[in-house]
Ligand binder design. Structure first.
Ligand code: PEP
Length: 252
């Protein structure tokens, strides 16, 4: 099965509802090439409005996090039911900002991920090392721990039930990008691990996105790496022009 490139925009907490709908409209106006999937992740209060704009456009909608319960005393959380009601199909889970600022750990992330699968929501599991960990040569050990614990007791039957996003923390919002070779090395390592966690056929189908200061100038080289199946984009997804250029990356 072919891994369809996924270009995902994570708008974090940067837009008002009005700005988010305007941006969604401008991105939906394209050009959007065939054979690529586009995803927008607005902050929770804008999900419904953006979902309305995206309806019928083929662009997917995601939340930036997800709760494992659909209702109850979970102040501040995003219900899978509300995401689906807004037209959402995917959820970002374990983003480094959730891990670092809000102290989400691998166990909590695993709970969220298993919950999402139970609601037929496609989870995007974010993993990545800090600068300190990279300098200590601990990158692969950190990624292995995040993947194994994040995917503990997860059963999937096909690789299209899970997306992994490798996002080195030192590259997020910093303007520093992993080189294409660094990205390929870590993505290849993650795919080998996924083969061990699931099996080889499933691992071949799982899309592994790269995230960390992806922009119009570096997207082509990154997307041309064998194991880079898409991009999770923050800053450069906040302007329609730059995100559209990323969506229209060139095959070298
Ligand atoms: C992100 O938010 O996941 C991200 C990669 O941000 P940026 O592209 O701004 O580094």
């Amino acid at each position: 099965m072919e891994r369809i490139p996924l270009l995902a925009g994570n708008w974090k907490m940067f837009t008002t509802v009005a700005e988010a709908t305007e941006l969604a409209r401008a991105i939906a106006a394209g050009p959007l090439p065939d054979g690529r999937q586009v995803l927008l992740a607005p902050s929770a209060p804008a999900l419904t409005a953006v979902g309305d704009v995206l309806s019928g456009t083929g662009i997917e909608l995601a939340s930036q996090n997800i709760c494992w319960e659909e209702k109850g005393a979970f102040t501040g959380e995003i219900s899978p039911l509300l995401l689906k009601e807004a037209g959402g199909t995917m959820a970002i889970i374990g983003h480094s900002e959730r891990r670092q600022i809000f102290a989400e750990d691998n166990d909590l992330i695993n709970k969220r991920l298993r919950g999402a699968l139970g609601y037929d929501i496609l989870p995007i599991l974010c993993i990545g090392e800090t600068l300190e960990e990279r300098e200590e040569n601990a990158t692969m050990a950190v990624l292995e721990k995040q993947l194994r614990q994040g995917l503990d007791q997860v059963t999937i039957t096909t690789g299209d039930q899970l997306i992994v996003a490798y996002e080195p923390v030192w590259a997020i919002g910093t303007g520093k990008t992993a080189s294409a070779a660094q990205a390929q090395e870590t993505h290849g390592f993650c795919r080998t691990l996924l083969a061990d966690i699931f099996d080889k056929a499933i691992a071949q189908q799982i899309r592994i996105l790269y995230g960390g200061s992806v922009n119009p100038a570096n997207v082509d080289e990154l997307m041309n790496q064998t194991d880079v199946d898409g991009a999770l984009v923050g800053g450069a997804a906040l302007k329609a022009e730059s995100f559209l250029r990323i969506i229209n990356f060139k095959t070298l």
